[in-house]
Design a protein around this ligand. Sequence first.
Ligand code: PAF
Length: 293
Amino acid sequence: MITATTIEEARKTIKKWKAEGLTVGLVPTMGALHDGHASLVTAAVSDCDRVVTSVFVNPTQFGEGEDLESYPRDFERDCKILEEKGCHMVFHPSVQEMYPDGYGTYVNLESEMTKQLCGRSRPGHFRGVCTVVSKLFNITTPDRAYFGQKDAQQLAVIRRMVKDMDFDIEIVGCPTVREKDGLAKSSRNSYLNDEERQAAAVLYRSIEKAKELAAAGASGTSEASAADPHSIAAADLLKTMTDVVSSEPMARIDYIEAVDGHTLMPKEYLAPGDLVAMAVYIGDTRLIDNFTI
Ligand code: PAF
């Protein structure tokens, strides 16, 4: 596996691959790799001739008071995982390489979708994500780029950006990888102490309950479901999830919402493809999860 720390080095090798007619897959990450990232690399390796994984903790997507400084970093371990998974190049630039002095251009999706869900408590977050992902697209010129469905809003925002900016890149969304008790794999899980780690399983328990309800045709008792028994009443699912999460004393809900899977605007009645998403604090750690109807 090649390690490239400069844009020039990465471009040189990727241009050579492309000249040989090879296809390139990009897996953008912030490192601290877990099985979720590994599954993205595995998907990329099976679809593409060459795979580039970027490992870059992107400062522009962290807000004030967020965990930029404490975000877990272990580049050596990341490289071992990437080698094992068959990645061909790790792109690991410095902050100065990506945002040199005088840097001033940002990519901002100005639609309502970046202001919903996580956008409400993390203003500016998706501007930072869109900026760095655009830069990574321009540097690595991939045929396909791989993102986890756990970050459902990020995936929807990137799909929109790719469409708006005419990036000729296929965006591949990959399923969330979970721990045995259902907790979605996340680099931030490492912040949880033992007690918090146990409590964190409540997110998935609430999702399972909501899925049961959705599968039963949301035959709930709310006014919403009584009004239209053929579609799933968001109010029923959200109440169920809120009740389950609230039963865990260590959990504090940031949001649990039901939205259109593409526009991310709230919906009262849900159809296939719509998204039920949540952010919940367990202690000081903010965890996200979701499921698609
Ligand atoms: O999902 C992440 O880890 C990051 O938001 C991404 C896409 C690598 C951009 O920094």
